[in-house]
Design a protein around this ligand. Structure first.
Ligand code: URA
Length: 431
């Protein structure tokens, strides 16, 4: 078999069979298929899509490309959540500790930033000392002991996705339903949780830009989950505006901490509460939404959720003293953007804010790039906030001098209106 023939077969509209899909994944992981060949294959998938049978096989092969973690020795219903990627999306850092503080085991594999979207692993690694490289036994022991652990992909955990994810990121091959569905589900299945909540982001800052596409992606992932006996539920959430106030890495960790203290923005709170309520239902803690909300309120007010967050950080090697220090986030350069007239703020492109944050250093342009953990954007006026001329709208941060061009490029992605605009957070739910 030769990859070039399979690329041509797919390009000409034929379905790949099981052996061909096995060949592609196995030979790519072993290095026999080169990055340039794989990127041509991925581009073909971007345009041609995959049949449901191909997606199922592609996902299983990716899952089997490495070790599969057996979580049977963890008591209770193990839960996991995963977002398809957004701008300012630090939800795991809040939802994980809340759920764990309610005694539900959270066993999660997270990813790095992709395209213009941020990644949980990058945010966690912005905390000095924090490590996502746990052995399987350490992962299981930690979930048993403190109810939460987050791992990254090591070379032996879904290596096919690890390589593909990095390649897609830098070759413009991200926003394809089969590639996203197989990437997410192969990881979720390899880490063996019983219940999975998928946050499918929708809008110009997400890989799915409209609700129909988001529903298609959701139903592909639900189908894969059902075939393997997992309780997969989906929330389709709005990503035409950045989530919360902070976009970046260290600054997003700080926003997660504020949210765990009960000081989050209303959109981010709504997203976190909704995810927690669904997960508490999946974990069979309660089916009553009011009761679930009360339980979440209680762990936030009592400080138990925040304590759980610090315990989780410390257990995975993070330096909590440095995290709590005033200079944890200390960018060298900043650039304020002020309002030019009065009215109500509307951020209309989360995508542009994601790209700007990435250019400031918060994301990667090539696979080898290091992230500038200090870089990012702080939004002072969110959509529908009242604005007076001269008010601070947002600030750009970086460790390098900031090019005015980045601020200029953002000019078309927000406006100040006479009236407020519709601003929904949860667009749909599916199971
Ligand atoms: N998150 C993933 O894990 N994979 C994707 O392809 C997109 C978002």
């Amino acid at each position: 078999m030769r990859i070039v023939d399979l690329i041509i077969k797919k390009r000409e509209g034929f379905e790949l069979n099981d052996q061909e899909i096995e060949f592609i994944i196995q030979k790519y992981v072993s290095g026999e298929i080169k990055d340039y060949q794989m990127s041509s294959f991925l581009t073909t998938i971007m345009f041609k899509g995959m049949t449901p049978k191909e997606i199922g096989k592609f996902t299983l092969e990716m899952m089997k490309s490495g070790r599969i973690i057996d979580l049977k020795s963890i008591k209770g219903i193990k839960v996991d959540k995963h977002s398809t990627g957004g701008v300012g999306d630090k939800t795991t850092l809040v939802v994980g500790p809340i759920i764990a503080a309610l005694d539900v085991p959270v066993a999660k594999m997270s990813g790095r930033g992709l395209g213009h979207t941020g990644g949980t692993i990058d945010k966690l690694e912005s905390i000095p000392g924090f490590s996502v490289a746990l052995t399987e036994q350490e992962f299981i022991d930690q979930v048993n002991k403190i109810k939460i652990a987050v791992i990254g992909q090591t070379d032996d955990l879904v290596p096919a996705d690890k390589k593909l994810y990095a390649l897609r990121d830098v070759t413009g091959n991200v926003s394809s339903i089969p590639l996203i569905a197989s990437s997410i589900m192969s990881k979720k299945l390899a880490t063996g949780s019983d219940a999975i909540l998928l946050d499918v982001k929708c809008g110009n800052g997400a890989f799915m830009t409209n609700v129909e596409e988001a529903r298609k992606l959701a139903s592909q992932m639900i189908t894969i989950g059902k075939e393997l006996n997992r309780d997969v539920r989906v929330e389709i959430t709005n990503m035409s505006r950045p989530m919360g106030k902070s976009i970046g890495n260290k600054n997003e960790v700080l926003e997660a901490i504020r949210t765990l203290k009960g000081q989050g923005t209303s959109d981010f709170n709504e997203l976190c509460y909704s995810a927690c309520i669904t997960i508490l239902k999946q974990a069979k803690v309660t089916n009553d939404e009011k009761e679930a909300k009360k339980m979440i309120d209680e762990v936030i007010k009592s400080g138990k959720a925040l304590d759980k967050f610090y315990e989780f950080i410390e257990t995975q090697g993070g330096d909590v003293q440095k995290l709590k220090a005033k200079d944890f986030w200390n960018p060298k350069y900043k650039l304020d953007v002020l309002a030019e007239n009065d009215g109500f703020m509307e951020i209309s492109s989360a995508l542009s804010f994601g790209i700007a944050a990435s250019k400031l250093g918060a994301g990667r342009i090539t696979k080898e790039d290091n992230i500038d953990f200090e870089a990012g954007i702080e939004i002072n006026k969110k959509t529908n906030d009242e604005v007076k001329k001269g008010d601070l709208l947002f600030t750009l941060y970086s460790s390098k001098p900031i090019d005015m061009q980045i601020a200029n490029e953002l000019k078309d992605s927000y406006q100040i209106n006479k009236q407020k605009v519709e601003n929904k957070v949860i667009l749909d739910r599916m199971e």
